[in-house]
Design a protein around this ligand. Structure first.
Ligand SMILES: *Cc1c(COP(=O)(O)O)cnc(C)c1O
Length: 434
């Protein structure tokens, strides 16, 4: 038995499924999860000493790669000054100021510790603030977008158009999700119909402007523009959940690429640089409803934790270097173009498509990139699973699911990308045919 197998067996005795977050369990692809011992640059090493080129980057945060010396030093220095105070610090103010400068649609923000917490708080605030502070009940989300695991967000689409969602998790009473409307991604007409039926009670529309939790799916500009104008017209709060896309697809997030100003933005992942920092922010008019100023409650023992903030700030300093996102985007494109060419060379050629936005990419065993959850679901999952394992065997760690995006870091230089492509060429060859 390998050490990974031993650890997995042991882990399952004390932790449900052996993991602290479900997708790590390899349920979708089968096999034994790798237990990671250490990481450096674009690589990590598992408990059996095998090295992998890491294309999950902790599911987004590790945009500089692992163990950047400036980040490690910042964390060590902060830790030496105290781990947590439960009182405000100058560093939190600096972080808030920097985030507001880089994401100018936000006028104020609050720091929290996870994307789940940030999205949940943003929705509570939107509900409390909507309708001029009178409050509204309904929220609109889109199928395939993930906004953390708060009860009202764990919803799958109802069977008919414009029906309210059913809970997609046990433990969530239907009463909790009865005000969550689930619509198709990239379907502006459906959104318009939803406002037609429920305009006075829709508190907010929450969306991943570049979706990264159903593989990678781009929103069309028309879809986001329709959303913006419908929210403005009906007094609903438009929330961009940029936990994944923020500081990943561009310095100013997806909103800077599309040129759309949401009323609120949710951030996480990269802003913590690998430690627990997330944020929700927006227009002063909305943010003023938050306690202690307003009547919407939200709090956190470790919010703005000094060590986590130091890690996030060190990361954010480095991503502001001129040309950072151009270089990151070029490397990600190089990877995707290389994978496309490698799939074509396999005989018989494998239906395969790819897409990239900034440092984020999607690979699809389908003839073209998907535009909705339904299209994502049509991809050849079995083929992906074989590709995943063929890559893993060769030392390339992709997200262990056909329905997750991939992440490139600045530590993935051209040599690492080209090595990955060469290994993929070999992997495609072994999965072609069958
Ligand atoms: C990861 C993610 C979340 C949840 O963040 P956690 O820190 O895992 O709680 C929310 N929204 C989006 C878009 C995400 O990608």
């Amino acid at each position: 038995m390998s050490r990974n197998e031993q650890l997995f067996e042991r882990a399952q005795r004390s932790i449900p499924g052996g993991v602290n977050s479900p997708v790590r369990a390899f349920r979708s692809v089968g096999g034994t999860p790798r237990f990671i011992e250490r990481a450096e640059g674009p690589y990590f090493w598992d408990a059996d000493g095998k090295r992998y080129i890491d294309y999950i980057g902790s599911w987004g945060p590790m945009i500089l790669g692992h163990g950047h010396p400036d980040v490690v030093r910042a964390v060590q220095d902060a830790a030496a000054r105290g781990l947590s105070y439960g009182a405000p610090t100058e560093a939190e103010v600096e972080m808030a100021e920097l985030l507001l400068k880089l994401v100018p649609s936000m006028e104020q923000l609050r720091l929290v510790s996870s994307g789940t917490e940030a999205a949940m708080s943003a929705i509570r605030l939107a509900r409390g603030a909507a309708g001029g502070g009178k409050g509204r009940r309904k929220i609109v989300k889109f199928e395939g977008c993930y906004h953390g695991h708060a009860d009202s967000l764990l919803v799958k689409a109802g069977s008919g158009l414009l029906t309210f969602g059913n809970p997609s998790s046990a433990g969530v009473p239907a009463e909790i999700t009865q005000h969550t409307l689930v619509l198709d991604y990239n379907n502006a007409q459906q959104l318009e119909e939803a406002f037609g039926q429920h305009a006075d009670d829709i508190a907010c529309v929450i969306v991943e402007p570049v979706a990264g939790n159903m593989n990678l799916v781009r929103a069309t500009p028309e879809f986001l523009q329709a959303m913006r104008s419908l929210c403005t017209r009906h007094g609903a709060v438009l929330i961009f959940d940029e936990v994944m896309s923020g500081f990943r697809v561009a310095l100013g997030g997806a909103q800077s690429l599309y040129g759309i100003d949401p009323d609120m933005t949710v951030l996480g992942k990269v802003i913590g640089g690998g430690m627990p920092v997330a944020a929700f922010g927006g227009k002063r008019d909305v943010m003023k409803h938050l306690a202690p100023l307003g009547s919407v409650y939200q709090a956190g023992t470790l919010s703005g934790n000094p060590v986590a903030v130091a890690c996030g700030m060190a990361t954010l300093r480095l991503v502001q270097q001129p040309g950072f996102y151009d270089r990151l985007g070029a490397r990600t494109d190089r990877l995707v173009r290389g994978l496309l060419a490698a799939a074509q060379e396999a005989a018989p050629a494998i239906p395969f498509a790819g897409d990239a936005v900034g440092g984020m990419f999607g690979v699809y065993f389908a003839s073209r990139p998907p535009g909705s959850y339904a299209e994502v679901m049509k991809a050849d999952k079995d083929r992906f699973n074989r590709f995943f394992h063929a890559m893993l065997d060769r030392g390339v760690y992709l997200a262990p699911s056909a329905f997750e995006a991939g992440f490139v870091s600045m530590a993935h230089d051209e040599a690492v990308i080209d090595e990955s492509v060469a290994l993929a060429r070999d992997a495609f060859r072994t999965i072609a045919g069958g």
